[in-house]
Design a binder for this molecule. Structure first.
Ligand code: AMP
Length: 117
């Protein structure tokens, strides 16, 4: 899928919108959330535009594995791997997704509630 001009995260990928990027490679970018819900709140996104999790198939298994292992590494780098953290992907309107470009939230640095919804 081509990157989309009107997608805010595609514009972060292309550098048109500034962001606090903490990691990038040929497949993914990680940056700090502009409205952090926790002391550590990082978004990991693919450079390629996928509108949501529902667009992911087994063809993207390697990409998804990369996103998760990167989030784990960032949790170690941010010193929250021992205390614990949460990875979240919201999908679609009722799933709480606001930005229509696949993203993985890394949340930690405080006690999170046990509630899932
Ligand atoms: P979601 O509700 O899963 O779609 O989450 C979207 C997240 O993107 C929210 O936590 C927003 O605070 C975050 N966000 C939106 N715009 C930006 C931006 N320009 N830079 C960093 N984070 C952003």
């Amino acid at each position: 899928m081509e990157n989309q001009m009107d997608c805010i995260f595609c514009q972060i990928v292309s550098g048109k919108i500034p962001s606090d990027v903490i990691y990038q490679d040929e497949e993914v970018i990680a940056f700090r959330d502009i409205n952090p819900q926790c002391p550590v709140h990082i978004l990991v996104i693919p450079r390629e535009h996928f509108t949501s999790l529902i667009d992911i198939t087994s063809h993207e298994a390697s990409l998804m594995g990369h996103m998760i292992s990167l989030a784990n590494q960032l949790a170690r780098d941010e010193a929250i791997s021992d205390s614990g953290y949460r990875l979240v992907i919201n999908c679609g309107k009722q799933g709480g997704q606001l930005v229509p470009h696949l993203h993985l939230h890394l949340l930690g640095g405080r006690q999170l509630s046990g509630q899932l919804g």
